[in-house]
Design a protein around this ligand. Sequence first.
Ligand code: B3K
Ligand code: ZN
Length: 887
Amino acid sequence: MTVAHPKTVYLKDYQPPRFRIQQTKLHFTLREQFTEVKAVLQLERQPGSDERELRLHGQELQLQELRLDGRLLGEGEYELTEEELIVFSVPERFELSSVVHIEPHKNTALEGLYQSRGLYCTQCEAEGFRKITFYLDRPDVLSVFTTTIVAPAGDFPVLLSNGNKIESGTNADGTHYATWHDPFPKPAYLFALVAGKLSCVEDHFVTMSGRKVTLQIFVEDKDLDKCEHAMRSLKNAMKWDEEVYGREYDLDIFMIVAVDDFNMGAMENKGLNIFNTSCVLANPRTTTDLGFQRVEGVVAHEYFHNWSGNRVTCRDWFQLSLKEGFTVFRDSEFSADMGARIVKRVEDVQLLRTLQFAEDAGPMSHPVQPASFIEISNFYTLTVYEKGAEVVRMIHTLLGPELFRRGTDLYFERHDGQAVTIEDFVQAMVDVSGRDFSQFMNWYRQAGTPVVKAQDHYDAETRQYHLTLSQSCPSTPEATAEQKAPFHIPVAMGLLGEAGALRLQLAGQEVDDLPADNTHLVLELTEREQTFVFENVPEKPVPSLLRNFSAPVKLEYAYAPDDLLRIITTDDDGFCRWDAAQQLGIMAIQANQTDAAFKAQDLANAFKLVLDDASLDPALVALMLDLPSETYLGEQQAVVDVDGNYRARRAVQVQLAEALEGGLRDVYLRCQQALSPLGDSVEGKAIALRSLRNRALSYLTLLYKQEYRSWCERQFASSTNMTDVLAALTCAVQSQDPDIQPFRTRALQEFYDRWQHEPLVVNQWLSVQAADPGEGALARVKDLLQSPAFDIRNPNKVRSLIGVFATQNPRNFHAVDGEGYVFLADQILLLNQQNPQIAARLLTPLTKWRRFDAHRQHLMRDQLRRIARVSKLSKDVYEVVNKSLVE
Ligand code: B3K
Ligand code: ZN
């Protein structure tokens, strides 16, 4: 859709639907040139409404026939616009039947019904169903669907839709058909259809009430060896949701289909999840450990939606976080339970602090419950998902696990089968706890990342410790800093003495009422400034603040290096330990840039303690040894110092490698030894060891020594799992060692030759090169764009090459000649018509122009303006470009 001046939709304008659709009967005939869709809808006016005019959504549909209660409607009885079908006069209860033609093979936007490598599939969320048939395409219209698919039996042996298959058979003309019925009323965005040549892996799960559910994963034949992990993850997720949330699956069958061309990770269609191949296929030979973890998380996420999203759905799209924030919280706790809890937490926080905080501070900043949008596809954001999950996590922290569970029980029970709001979710929490959440709602309604400043004072005479917390929130498009009301912020904390955690006694508390091990507290900051006084504090403590990242805020406290060392060595909160290492890393990098007192050698001393601490999980050690990314460093600066950050970070890495060489060698060899009996296992222990070993290798290859070059070569040649192979290849590409170049060239070629027929592996190969910080990377990316390894119609390839270049290669993307920006804008303009959702996503790095120096600002804005001038902009691109150009 291209619209000259797209209109803004507001939450405050919400109106309930005027009609209900009791039954939806769909009949698809798949033909080579077009698909015929017949829809028979049983409609009913909402009680209390006297509306006679019926308006249905519909886009790019060729209407063939329209009948009301069986009578063919004449031209004067309805009107067709670009976006609607208006039937001028309808009775109270009636049947509307329509026949339309659509052209899935021409659908490059991958929204609605489209083809991916010959396979028919759908993506309807948020507003794709209107590209399939005329309908009330809004989440608060729930209907019971029966779907028949007719297609040539030879090319499309598998025909799937939601619910249970109730009929199938063959026709004399070589076609066959299947009819599916879904007994659960659902909004149209959860509709799905798949037709094609697919193979299937089958298993089953017995639910807590003893029902046997058939589980099927459909993939191309060549991928049958990559389904085991997804199946295991699915069964684990089903069990976990029963145990942790008391939620049981409700149909007799649960299907997953893998497709190659998909705009995002996966989609939770009722009973028939459709997945991007990248989020379902996994085999150690082709998939990294990170890939395995992603499959586990996404499979669980989509499964969890069956309750948080499908059984209880959203009233309107402003409530998106109702299902997404909650479901991300659920999947992240699931992953934490399946693997290393602290590692998962750190990864989530890294994502939030580098990318969501940047979104919150940029021109597209919006509340978790947005107040308006032009194109809803632009609001599937880190704010709605990740910050939304943090907000649910805070409710969990404030209520504790038992009350929280009572709250979710009440929510599911009260709203089963309904389309509800974020307020309904919070109300359930209020009702079980009796607590007041009115101030807490600011988290949903105000955008921006709050800043919490902590200051303290210790009085040795009175043995009192004063901790003063104050909060503020920067201006965002919807409100200035002054207009913002204070947030209700849970600040989890402890106090560390020289010999470990101190007992906490707040002023006014009786010692006898406190448990002996009272070393952890959740303070609730609700005012702009509050002071908390602790009694009987025996020594000046180091505060351990925002434990487990208890709120999505920026915490400011003037830690001295020694304070951070104390946290790193004695805190029992893994997040605070990791964060303290990050802060030391920032100090060392800044010192490199400014010549301050804290030196890389001091950091090396701290890292040595980490390396030597046998009690730490190797995966956490690997994370602690990783310096803050260039992007995160930029986040801490008023004006991002692109070149300085790259140079200083690299310099500190080299100094660390030099200072810690012996320790890193030991670690590499020790991990290698520990791994040998584990082979290519993808269990937690092996994953952790590989991550630490590969961290060591990445440091050692910065030393430009023959010995480590040969370690790298050997690892590349002899490993049989993709994690280790790709880590070695990445080291060769990232290290600027001139003597590693011959190996690098050879390895890249060998890798491609070996894996060219595995698209997901080729994508990783594209990404490694896209992230190459070296000179000439852009030219190589452009060459790759023309190579058979790339295809601009495939979103995974676009993300792997163009997306990675623009987001993970700051040095080349932000090159002073502006060529990186021109390149990105060129690609966006190519994609604008073809796939608007992907085009709009790619814009993100350019929208951050305000964060850079005047020269780069100018160049970035030039490209945004160049895009804005194009007359046929999709709504998606129009919204992002125009919002980011607002002065
Ligand atoms: N609900 C889908 C996202 C749909 C995005 C549409 N543009 C996947 C998920 O969050 O589970
Ligand atoms: Zn989701």
